[in-house]
Design a protein around this ligand. Structure first.
Ligand code: NAP
Length: 245
């Protein structure tokens, strides 16, 4: 029987690469993004279905608890099971802490962190009944080491690492693994926003002296979703080209 992977925020960037890689590995794919606009001028669905798997897209704001409940129910009804959840949707709203508005802080916590609670709660309930499942959360090196200008983002990503461990402990006895990946600097629309100065400062700290590609995150996520990772849970794997060691 085919398995289904649900990837949040997967119209583009790392989420789209993860969806493509899991499709290549034989998963049916439930794509998600916040608006129809995110899928405009975008051939992600055609690329996924070229692998011979099923692909549906769902518009939902994953920071909204009720929308997540309805979205997860729809995916379960459409596909019959949800075997993999990748909590990928995330945003940055960078500002030095002392200058950051309350709204900017709250937005990033709600979208990056509360979304993981929302989706883990509703998909976790499906996986509990199945007595199997894989959850992978997108953290960040900012959540491990902190990063100036990212008080909100690093707080959300640090929390995701803690939530990963908690969920792993809560769900492990039911055959569900929960892990996180912590990418460094990956070339996506999110990092396109950084200034030349910020990019060069980052590059100087990377042992491999290059930025990462979304596919290099997707391959680690695919491993965590594979049978080969059956005894790995509660872990955070850094994908940063050797940023800090
Ligand atoms: P991206 O290119 O900005 O893509 C993120 C996607 O999430 C976008 O398609 C965005 O939609 C969607 N999204 C935002 N808010 C959403 C919501 N409330 N509900 C549903 N979808 C939503 O970012 P990325 O670089 O691929 O990053 C993906 C994940 O990796 C994020 O969690 C990020 O924090 C993490 N990460 C990235 C890097 C990096 O270097 N790129 C490093 C470490 C961690 P719209 O843009 O259409 O609104």
């Amino acid at each position: 029987m085919s398995k289904t992977a649900l990837i949040t925020g997967s119209a583009r960037g790392i989420g789209a690469s993860i969806a493509l890689r899991l499709a290549k590995d034989g998963f049916d794919i439930a794509l998600n993004d916040i608006s129809e606009k995110s899928f405009e001028n975008n051939d992600i669905i055609e690329k996924i279905t070229a692998f011979g798997v099923r692909c549906e897209k769902y518009i939902a704001d994953v920071s909204d608890h009720l929308q997540c409940k309805e979205f997860v129910k729809k995916v379960k009804d459409d596909f019959g099971s949800i075997d993999v959840l990748v909590n990928n949707a995330g945003i940055t709203r960078d500002e030095i802490g002392l200058r950051m508005s309350e709204e900017t802080y709250d937005d990033v916590i709600r979208i990056n962190q509360k979304s993981v609670f929302n989706m883990t709660k509703f998909v976790g309930a499906v996986m509990l009944r199945q007595k199997s499942g894989r959850i992978v959360n997108l953290a960040s090196v900012a959540g491990l080491y902190g990063n100036p200008g990212q008080m909100n983002y690093s707080a959300s990503k640090g929390a995701i690492i803690a939530m990963t461990k908690t969920s792993a402990k809560e769900l492990g006895s039911r055959g569900i693994t929960v892990n996180a990946v912590a990418p460094g600097f990956i070339k996506t629309p999110m990092t396109d926003k950084l200034t030349e100065e910020q990019r060069n400062a980052m590059l100087a700290q990377i042992s491999m002296k290059r930025y990462g590609e979304p596919e290099e995150v997707a391959s680690v996520v695919a491993f965590l979703c594979s049978d080969d990772a059956s005894y790995v849970t509660g872990q955070t794997i850094e994908i940063s080209g050797g940023l800090m060691m």
